[in-house]
Write a protein that binds this ligand. Structure first.
Ligand code: DER
Length: 235
């Protein structure tokens, strides 16, 4: 489909233009677009000694399936990763993004926080004018299961218009449990202006029981694949 082609062209271009020479440790995000980035990385001849750090079970399997060396985030500190490639659910022109559509936001933000560079790969449907303008499923917020009800009440007091407990859907009765054993509350505040993203992230993070939010403002550059095979770059 042209959407898959769009994801592929963005991911291939991002890897070709940003995979660092002599890199030692590289972060790998989660979702369907990053699959193409790992595919492209696997085609290179300079990656056999590079360590790839996953951001969840899917990401881990992706690294293994592409014959790449698997590392673990437990070994690294800030600045220890040369670069990380990851997707997003929505991106605004200031490169703020909503992540967590795939439920992997905590490890994604953890790995991203240890990387020198964060390269975002996405299809054209992710380009937006403000977070919450196109992605109306809400900001994914990872919470301790013990605190989910309490955090839900906090979020409404913070101005949330809706809070949805992420469910496992048909495949699992009850709430979806993240790779870290937590719940996700998808919380919709309406469109969030770029200037307010950081303050909202911090306000949510202050709530006792919140593990992490899906509000990211750390991307250095974003590659968007177009439906016509073109690639748009925001930075
Ligand atoms: O869950 C996540 O944060 C993923 O990166 C997701 O937001 C992007 O998924 P996609 O590449 O399948 O659209």
């Amino acid at each position: 489909s042209s959407l898959e082609e769009a994801k592929k062209s963005a991911a291939y271009r991002a890897v070709d233009e940003h995979f660092p020479k002599n890199s030692k440790v590289v972060g790998i995000g989660s979702g369907s677009t990053v699959i193409y980035a790992v595919e492209r990385i696997g085609q290179r001849d300079d990656v056999k000694d590079v360590i790839f750090v996953p951001t969840g079970f899917q990401s881990k399997q992706l690294i293994i399936e592409n014959g790449l060396r698997l590392g673990c985030i437990e070994e690294y500190g800030v600045g220890d990763l040369d670069i990380t490639f990851d997707g997003a659910d929505e991106v605004d022109p200031s490169l703020n993004c909503i992540k967590g559509g795939g439920g992997c936001l905590f490890q994604e933000k953890l790995v991203a926080s240890c990387a020198k560079k964060f390269v975002l790969v996405a299809d054209y449907t992710k380009q937006s004018t403000a977070l919450g303008f196109k992605w109306i499923q809400g900001i994914p917020i990872e919470v301790s299961p013990l605190a989910a009800k309490k955090v839900e009440s906090d979020l409404f007091r913070l101005g949330a218009k809706s809070v949805t407990w992420r469910s496992g859907g048909k495949s699992k009765a009850g709430p979806a449990v993240t790779d870290n054993g937590n719940f996700i509350l998808d919380t919709y505040f309406g469109p969030v202006e770029a200037k307010d993203v950081d303050a909202l992230d911090k306000a949510i993070k202050l709530l006792v029981g919140v593990i992490e939010t899906g509000l990211f403002n750390i991307a250095d550059i974003a590659y968007f694949g177009g439906s016509d095979g073109s690639v748009t770059v925001w930075n």
